[in-house]
Design a protein around this ligand. Structure first.
Ligand code: TAP
Length: 469
């Protein structure tokens, strides 16, 4: 595919192959954009932002709503594109396409709801006779830098609210998975978006990222990706608004009164979806010593039942990892844990990009597989003695994106809700669950700011205060 820069679809002499992670075949190519393309995109997006400023909220709603109708017609193609470039199983590819359409629908609605509030100035000692209100105005040009693992829905979580709020948006999709984002751009243009209000520059983040994120004409950066790249972007961003959606090593806590079959079902789903490459994947199961053995016995056959293979085949439940070095890293961390006294209960093997779904028991919280972000198809289990120990272990990490607890005891559930340092807390389901309308974002090193269209439009706008004297 071509990239969309300066209001035109353009090619470059140098291209990047987009590979199917399952078999390494080339599914398409995209241009290798450079700093001059970024400059063109920003200059054009400034004009795009001016065009967006002339549209009413209802007009922005109409364009985004039309985009959701076109998405509806193309859901199967979008789902297959996600699976081919990212490697998630086809049911998950289709699921992501449907969620992306919902994210755009929610964003369209928010275009109609952007409002301010009356500020009761006469409550101030010097405010008698004054009338004050706030206005929300677009930031201008928004840079949306997105990761490989949800190549469509996470782009929609930035582009949808960004446009709903009246900005122009420049997308820098992950180099491994640029096609879904480019197809979204096609849809938005067909829906009637002003030609320069969207830009999509393909190319390596390490070579073009600074030109984009450091440019003062960009007024807002919305980034989803690793903590390391997020920190780097913050260091070059200078004075602009930033939203950071970063990584995690999400804990799932199993109290002694939990329904063990339900916990095992949830762990098999939330630990291995998208081959564990989900920012809120269940990575650490912390299990009460009273049910530790029963839980491992219940989970083992469920992990063994996960069929691996070509993700485009309907029967397959776990596909490849995005890159071979990532699969190697997962394998190395498992080996390191075993070297330190942990035990592989099932799985453990790797071939190319494919890593077997793996269950590791007797994990020490200080092992890498527990304290760093694994981002792969393995779950480690650690024993705890009581609720205070469980909460202390859950919090013994710099991350805090999603956490889960299984218990029938409301007091315990509320203790977790209050004391576990995490942006989302799930009671009686695993760490992977999201409705696209809810506020979503991490604490600590998992980031700052919230997504979910209602919350993201706040992040994508500035507040002005107007006082009538
Ligand atoms: P990253 O390697 O961090 O890449 C994310 C994006 O940043 C890509 O588009 C990448 O471009 C770009 N990038 C790389 N270097 C850059 C630079 N110097 N300046 C600007 N942009 C740069 O992450 P990934 O491997 O794609 O995704 C996995 C990570 O994302 C995990 O840590 C995961 O937890 C996190 N994640 C978080 C969430 C939420 S909502 N919190 C959701 C999904 C994923 P290239 O592809 O060209 O390198």
């Amino acid at each position: 595919m071509k990239m969309y820069v300066g209001g035109k679809w353009i090619d470059k002499s140098e291209t990047i192959d987009v590979l199917n992670p399952f078999d390494g075949s080339v599914i398409d190519t995209v241009p290798r954009g450079d700093a001059s393309d970024v400059d063109t995109a920003i200059a054009s997006a400034e004009r795009g932002a001016e065009a967006m400023a002339t549209l009413s909220g209802y007009e922005r709603y109409t364009i985004l709503h039309r985009a959701t109708e076109i998405m509806e017609e193309r859901l199967e193609d979008l789902g297959r594109t996600i699976t081919l470039e990212e490697g998630k199983v086809i049911a998950e590819g289709r699921g992501e396409a449907a969620r992306a359409q919902e994210t755009m629908t929610l964003s369209a609605e928010e275009a109609k709801r952007l409002g301010g509030e009356v500020v009761p100035l006469d409550g101030a000692s010097n405010g008698a006779g004054k009338f004050g209100f706030t206005l929300r105005v677009p930031c201008g040009v928004v840079a949306a830098v997105t990761p490989f693992n949800f190549p469509l829905n996470l782009v929609c979580h930035k582009v949808g609210p960004g446009l709903a709020a009246g900005n122009a948006v420049i997308v820098k999709p992950a180099t491994d998975t640029p096609l879904s984002a480019l197809k979204l751009v096609e849809i938005l243009l067909e829906a009637g978006l002003p030609a320069e209000a969207i830009q999509c520059v393909t190319g390596s983040g390490s070579s073009i990222g600074d030109s984009l994120c450091g440019d003062p004409r960009i007024r807002k950066i919305s980034f989803t990706g690793s903590k390391e790249v997020g920190e780097h972007i913050c260091s070059v961003a200078g004075l602009k608004k930033v939203t950071m959606e970063l990584g995690s090593n999400a804990p799932l806590i199993v109290m002694e009164d939990a329904d063990i079959d339900r916990v095992a079902d949830a762990t098999a789903v939330t630990g291995f979806a998208n081959a564990g490459q989900v920012c809120i994947s269940t990575q650490r199961v912390l299990a009460s010593e009273k049910i530790y053995g029963d839980f491992i016995d219940a989970l083992t056959p469920r992990v063994e039942a996960l069929i691996t293979g070509n993700p485009i085949e309907e029967s397959v439940k776990v596909g490849p990892m995005i890159r071979e070095p990532d699969a190697e890293r997962v394998n190395d961390w498992i080996d390191e844990a075993v070297g330190g006294g942990a035990r592989v209960v099932t799985g453990g093997a790797r071939e190319g990009h494919m890593h077997q779904p793996t269950l590791v028991a007797d994990v020490d919280p200080d092992m890498k597989i527990s304290c760093d972000e694994l981002f792969g198809p393995a779950v480690g289990v650690t024993k705890f003695s009581d609720i205070d120990a469980a909460i202390e272990m859950a919090n013994r990490t710099n991350y805090g994106l999603s956490a889960a607890v299984f218990t029938q005891n409301i007091d315990w559930a509320m203790a977790f809700a209050h004391r576990v340092q995490s942006g989302s807390i799930h009671v009686n389901w695993g760490t992977v669950w999201r409705a696209d309308l809810m506020p979503y974002g991490g604490l600590k090193d998992s980031g700052m700011g919230k997504e979910g269209p209602k919350y993201a439009v706040e992040e994508m706008t500035e507040m002005k205060m107007v006082v009538i004297h």
